[in-house]
Ligand binder design. Structure first.
Ligand code: DC
Length: 245
């Protein structure tokens, strides 16, 4: 008799608030504040993909650089990834001991990160690292595939969304705060391209988990969204949401 194959997802961490959604939906700010209120750890998984992208750029093997020789490019990226030790500490991202946080939002990273995050070998490495971090205790994790792929057994799943125009306005304000002048129209174009790439890739595309609470943040203050999520975490779980449907 064949033994029943063990479900690889059955032992994934459960004490997780898994927050997904498109860029500019307010995930990072909301997730950080929510984690603070709950006394949970916080994990920004987009920062992990950005750090890997930065590393590939430094090693001269990012997808846009190696596009002419896809096979050798993939091999070089695999090697570069194997030599990358990623650590997340108190809101900073360390790569082989070096703090790369200031580089994560530069334009070269912005333009390559969707292509890097579509690579299955990168996603597997990030998924395993994210699960290992979450196994250490209660945590708020935000990204694109938290509730759908990385933490299928998370007790709380949330999908944050907002109208594209509002997301573009929020991103432009972020850029202004960093001293960068980018028109809202350009930001909107970039957001729409990124939405398409992130939601049409074959591996772990951006999508709402069936048991996630959907929150449209258009026109809502950050405080209102955090309040809504605090209620959800304190009073219910995705399991109850699923049963209620
Ligand atoms: O949230 P962000 O803008 O920092 O994410 C950067 C990129 O990483 C974005 O293009 C989507 C990708 N990403 C992903 O594919 N999966 C995640 N869990 C988090 C981010």
């Amino acid at each position: 008799m064949n033994p029943t194959p063990r479900d690889p997802d059955s032992a994934t961490p459960t004490e997780v608030v898994a927050i997904d959604g498109p860029s500019g939906a307010g995930k990072s700010t909301v997730a950080r504040l929510l984690a603070g209120e709950l006394g949970f750890a916080y994990l920004d998984t987009g920062a992990m993909y950005r750090a890997v992208t930065w590393h590939f750029l430094q090693e001269g093997c990012a997808p846009g650089v190696c596009a002419g020789d896809a096979d050798r490019g993939a091999e070089r990226m695999r090697r570069a990834l194997a030599g990358a030790r990623l650590e997340l500490r108190a809101g900073r991202v360390l790569l082989n001991g070096r703090d790369v946080t200031p580089h994560l939002r530069v334009r070269e990273v912005e333009s390559q990160v969707s292509a890097v995050s579509a690579l299955p070998f990168v996603r597997i490495a990030m998924r395993d690292l994210q699960r290992a971090v979450a196994a250490q205790g209660p945590i708020v994790c935000e990204g694109r595939d938290m509730g759908s792929v990385v933490f299928p057994n998370a007790r709380w799943k949330v999908y944050l969304d907002a109208a594209p125009g509002e997301r573009a306005r929020r991103r432009s304000h972020d850029f202004e705060r960093q001293g960068r002048q980018v028109s809202t129209t350009d930001v909107l174009d970039e957001i729409l391209v990124r939405d398409r790439l992130d939601s049409t890739r074959s591996d772990a595309p951006l999508r709402q988990a069936a048991d996630a609470l959907y929150v449209d943040t258009t026109g809502l203050t950050t405080e209102a969204v955090v309040g809504r999520l605090l209620d959800f975490v304190r009073n219910s779980s995705s399991d109850e949401l699923r049963r209620a449907r």
